[in-house]
Design a protein around this ligand. Structure first.
Ligand code: BJW
Length: 235
C-alpha cells in the first residue's frame, strides 16, 4: 500500500509547539499579515526575525510525541511490506525527523534553516537570525531570512507532492485545519482521482465532509492506533 500523509500543526501540539488557528493559537496572539508575508519582512525584518527566533528556541527544547513516532514506524513498516509512506508536512519543525522518519517533505519550509535572499542557498541555522548576520557561503549581509513559506509564496516541491499524491492508495490528513491552500485542496484532488481519504484531527476540520473516514481525538492517541491497524492489515 502507498500512503500519502499530510501533517499540520496539530501533530506537534502535544510537543508544546502552538497551532495557528485554535483558540489560543499563534494567530490569536500574532497578526500573520505582519509576520508571515514577504511584505511584512520587507517592511520590518527585525519584527519578523524576533517571531521566528522565539519559535526556533521553542523548537530546540521540544520533543517528538507518540504521533511522530508512530508515523516513523509506519514508514519503516510499509517499506518492509513493499509499500511506501510519503510524509508531507506543513510544519516547519523537525519533529518527524527526530522521531525517526527518513523522508519528510516540508512544503512550508524548515525553521532550522536560513536562506540567503542574495544567492538563494540554504543552510542549517540553530541560532537567532538578524538583519546584520552575513551568510557564510557568499558573505552577503542583510539578506538572511527564515527558510519558510509565507502567504503569497509558492510552497516547495509541488510537482513531487502531486506525483506522490496521485500515486497513493490512501490520503490521510493529520492535525490540520484544512484552511490553507494548496494543502487544503489535496483531499479534493485525491477524491477526484478515486483515492480513499481519511482525516485524523482533534475535531472536524473545515474539509471534514470531504473525507471518506474520520477519526477524532488527540494525535498522540489516535495516530498510533491507526498505524497499528494499517500495519496489521486491518485497514
Ligand atoms: C489537533 C491537536 C491534537 C490541535 N491532535 N489535532 C486558493 C488556492 C491557492 C491559494 C490560495 C487560495 N485561497 C487563498 C490562497 C492563498 C493562501 C491561503 O491559503 N490563504 C488562506 C488563509 C485562505 N495560500 C498561500 O499563500 C500559499 N501559497 C500559495 O498558494 O502559492 C500560490 C501562488 C503564489 C504566488 C503566486 C501565485 C500563486 C502559501 C501558504 C503559506 C502558509 N504559511 C504558514 C506559515 C509558515 C511558516 C510558519 O510556521 O510560521 O504555514 S501559515 C500556517 O498555516 C502555517 C501552517 O503550515 C499553515 C496550516 O496550518 P495548520 O497546520 O492546518 O494549523 P491550524 O492551526 O490551522 O490547524 C491545526 C489543527 O490541528 C486544528 O484543526 C486543530 O483542531 C488540530 N489539533 N491540537 C490532533 N493534539
Amino acid at each position: 500500500m502507498n500512503i500519502f500523509v499530510l501533517t499540520g500543526a496539530g501533530v506537534s501540539a502535544e510537543s508544546g509547539l502552538g497551532t495557528f488557528r485554535d483558540k489560543d493559537g499563534l494567530w490569536s496572539r500574532f497578526d500573520p499579515m505582519k509576520l508571515a508575508t514577504p511584505e511584512a519582512f520587507a517592511h520590518d525584518p527585525d519584527q519578523v526575525h524576533a517571531f521566528y527566533n522565539m519559535r526556533r528556541q521553542n523548537l530546540l527544547s521540544a520533543e517528538p510525541n507518540a504521533a511522530h513516532r508512530a508515523l516513523a514506524r509506519l514508514e519503516a513498516g510499509l517499506a518492509e511490506r513493499g509499500g511506501s509512506l510519503f510524509l508531507c508536512t506543513q510544519n516547519i519543525d523537525d519533529l518527524h525527523e527526530r522521531a525517526g522518519a527518513k523522508r519528510v517533505l516540508h512544503m512550508h519550509g524548515e525553521l532550522l534553516k536560513a536562506r540567503c535572499t542574495a544567492c538563494g542557498d540554504t543552510m542549517l541555522w540553530h541560532e537567532d537570525l538578524s538583519v546584520a548576520a552575513p551568510f557564510p557561503s557568499c558573505r552577503h549581509s542583510g539578506g538572511l531570512r527564515p527558510h519558510v513559506v509565507w502567504f503569497g509564496e509558492m510552497p516547495l516541491e509541488m510537482d513531487a507532492i502531486y506525483d506522490a499524491l496521485l500515486g497513493a492508495n490512501l490520503f490521510v490528513a493529520i492535525g490540520t485545519s484544512g484552511s490553507v491552500y494548496p494543502a487544503a485542496g489535496f483531499v479534493s484532488e485525491a477524491r477526484g482521482h478515486g483515492i480513499r481519504t481519511c482525516e485524523i484531527n482533534l475535531e472536524p476540520s473545515d474539509n471534514a465532509r470531504q473525507f471518506d473516514e474520520r477519526r477524532y481525538g488527540e494525535a498522540s492517541e489516535v495516530v498510533p492506533v491507526w498505524v497499528e491497524q494499517v500495519l496489521s492489515q486491518k485497514i
